[in-house]
Design a protein. Structure first.
Length: 145
């Protein structure tokens, strides 16, 4: 049997939640149809001083939706924007909501290096310019969520 362990996120489709947690935490509707509602819920649980425990020996049947985790395609208002926001506005929203300014800045530096080549540039200065524009797009749309 595999050991139980503390877990950073929250599996919203296969979880047992105590009533005390259920009455004090809620899913953030700003993250609806996107990424992060379960991670945000898990952060609320941990901020209450509770643990999210991963139990690897419990098995469930996961009935997947035909499109990702959603029942129908959702078109975001930023879908046709150029440059495309990077990271996604939902990720930016979550990070700004739950992380310190220093953590967001650290995430930005990591993303700068991880996305090198994403904008189809080989020149670091061209990459920096495109990265800044995409980051600003993400911040703009995250503030509107």
């Amino acid at each position: 049997m595999k050991a139980y362990k503390q877990w950073e996120s929250f599996g919203s489709g296969c979880s047992i939640v105590h009533r005390d947690v259920y009455t004090k935490c809620s899913f953030d509707m700003a993250l609806e149809n996107g990424y992060g509602e379960d991670v945000d819920y898990g952060m609320q649980v941990r901020n209450m001083g509770k643990d999210v425990i991963y139990a690897p020996s419990i098995e469930i049947l996961h009935l997947k939706a035909p499109v990702g985790g959603f029942r129908k395609l959702h078109k975001f208002p930023w879908s046709d924007q150029a440059p495309a926001p990077k990271p996604s506005p939902q990720i930016m929203y979550y990070r700004k909501k739950n992380y310190t300014l220093e953590q967001v800045r650290g995430y930005k530096v990591v993303q700068f290096f991880k996305t090198f080549g994403f904008f189809k540039t080989r020149n670091p200065l061209s990459h920096l310019a495109r990265f800044k524009k995409a980051w600003q797009q993400s911040e703009k749309w995250a503030s509107r969520l």
